[in-house]
Design a protein around this ligand. Sequence first.
Ligand SMILES: Cc1cc2nc3c(=O)[nH]c(=O)nc-3n(C[C@H](O)[C@H](O)[C@H](O)COP(=O)(O)O)c2cc1C
Length: 197
Amino acid sequence: MRGTGLEEAISNRRTQRDFQDRSVSVSKVHRLLWAAQGVTDESGKRTAPSAHALHPLNLRFTAGNIDGLEPGTYSVAGDAKTLEPIIRRDLRRELQAAALEDQPWIGEAAGIITVCADFAAASRAFVEQPPYGLRGLRYVYIEAGAVAQNLQLMASADGLGSVIVAGFKDEATADILELEAPITPVMHLCFGWPLLS
Ligand SMILES: Cc1cc2nc3c(=O)[nH]c(=O)nc-3n(C[C@H](O)[C@H](O)[C@H](O)COP(=O)(O)O)c2cc1C
């Protein structure tokens, strides 16, 4: 389908698991982070919707082959703009080893955005709505899905290939990324330049 930029991005969105060994610019990383959780108005609301504007998600960024960023893992501030290094070594292969089944695209991606969530805060916020304590968890997954779609559409619009990876060992992945409980990893978005077939 040809049409608006949005229609093209939706139409071209495809999971890609084969990446070139080629760097991605840090400006493209910032565009992806903005698509995921960028702040788009003065009240602090973001590119993705959030039940009661609770915003229980936050991001970690693992750089492997990023032009303008040292390999390592970075925390991403709530504005989705500021990156702070927290681990100064390339964690891609460790994250790959924490996957369920063999998923080499995790280690071969230029970068990995990990969407993390405070499930405890979400559970508490909606505890008075049935099914008590569980509704907040449901809302987190719905919100993470919106973020995932924003990410893949921005990747598609920028010519990048990407794959959502949610099949990983939760505790091992949290340990590698040095997440502090109750922050839990929900999914990775692994991206890079697609290998042309
Ligand atoms: C919730 C969710 C979890 C996924 N987890 C993985 C995963 O762990 N590894 C992987 O390679 N692909 C994963 N995928 C990607 C799907 O395999 C992919 O979307 C599917 O094959 C359809 O292809 P398409 O995205 O090109 O439409 C996941 C997708 C979703 C929505």
